[in-house]
Design a protein. Structure first.
Length: 251
C-alpha cells in the first residue's frame, strides 16, 4: 500500500496542480488531503473544484471552520474569510461542511500499525504540534512545547503513526510509541523553502516508510490571480511574494 498525503493548499492553485502532477508520477493507492484548502489564496473555488474532481479522502482544517462560521477567524483575517466564503457556491460550501475531522488507514487491521490523519493534532484543528525539542531550540531559541505537553493531545490515540500539517514545517517527532509526521504544506511555507511539499507513505514488510517530496512551482500565476481577483490584503500578499519568493507562514 502506498499513500500520498498533502495539506494546507490555502487557495494556491499553481502549487496544488504541481503537487498533483508529481503524485501522478508515483504509484499510489490513495490520495489524502489533510485540511486548509481555500483560505488565503486568490483562487479558492478552483482549488476546491480540483480536489472534488480528484475524489481524494479529505478532512477539514481550522480555516474550514473559519469559513463555515464554526469558529471565528482572527480579526485581521475576517474580511478575507468573508471574501473567500463568497467565492464558493452552495454545493462547495456543503461539501466543505461534510468533511470529517480525521481518517484512519489500517493496512492489516492492527490499530497500532494504522495511520491516523488529522489536520493539526488528534484533539482539535487549532493546537500546534511543534518539532522535536532540539529543533525548537535551533529554530526558536527555546523550547515552545516540551515532550510532556504532547500527552494531552495524544490521549486515547491507538494508532502508532499520526500524520498532520497545520504548522508548515516538515519534521518527525516521537512521543512514547507514537511517531508524529508533519508533512508540511502545499503553500505558505514555514521553513524558508518555497517549494510545495507532501508526504509518501509506503507499507511494506509490516512497516511504514516515509518520504517527504519537494515540488517546485511557478508562483507567477498566483501573483497574477491576486492582482486580478484582489481579495482583501492582496497587495501585501503580492509585495511579500516579490520580496521573499513566497508568502510564508510565521508562527
Amino acid at each position: 500500500m502506498r499513500l500520498a498525503v498533502f495539506s494546507d493548499v490555502h487557495g494556491n492553485l499553481s502549487a496544488l496542480e504541481a503537487v498533483l502532477a508529481d503524485i501522478s508520477t508515483e504509484e499510489v493507492d490513495k490520495i489524502v488531503f489533510a485540511g486548509d484548502l481555500c483560505h488565503f489564496g486568490p483562487r479558492p473555488s478552483a482549488c476546491l473544484q480540483r480536489l472534488r474532481e480528484l475524489n481524494a479522502l479529505s478532512i477539514y482544517g481550522n480555516t474550514e471552520d473559519w469559513l463555515l462560521g464554526r469558529q471565528a477567524p482572527p480579526a485581521h483575517f475576517a474580511d478575507l474569510a468573508s471574501w473567500t466564503y463568497d467565492q464558493l457556491d452552495q454545493s462547495q460550501r456543503d461539501w466543505l461542511d461534510k468533511l470529517p475531522f480525521e481518517h484512519t488507514i489500517s493496512p492489516d487491521g492492527d490499530r497500532s500499525n494504522a495511520l491516523l490523519i488529522v489536520h493539526a493534532n488528534p484533539l482539535d484543528v487549532n493546537q500546534i504540534i511543534f518539532p522535536p525539542e532540539e529543533e525548537q531550540v535551533a529554530r526558536y531559541g527555546r523550547i515552545r512545547q516540551p515532550d510532556e505537553e504532547l500527552d494531552e493531545l495524544l490521549a486515547g490515540v491507538e494508532a502508532n503513526n499520526v500524520i498532520f500539517g497545520h504548522l508548515h514545517i516538515p519534521f518527525i517527532r516521537t512521543r512514547e510509541a507514537i511517531k508524529l509526521f508533519n508533512i508540511s504544506s502545499v503553500s505558505m511555507p514555514g521553513d524558508g523553502d518555497p517549494r510545495a511539499k507532501y508526504g509518501l507513505f509506503t507499507w511494506q514488510d509490516r512497516a511504514w516508510t516515509f518520504e517527504l517530496k519537494y515540488v517546485p512551482f511557478d508562483i507567477a500565476p498566483e501573483v497574477a490571480a491576486f492582482q486580478e481577483n484582489q481579495p482583501p490584503g492582496w497587495q501585501n500578499f503580492v509585495d511579500t511574494i516579490h520580496a521573499e519568493g513566497a508568502f510564508p507562514q510565521k508562527v
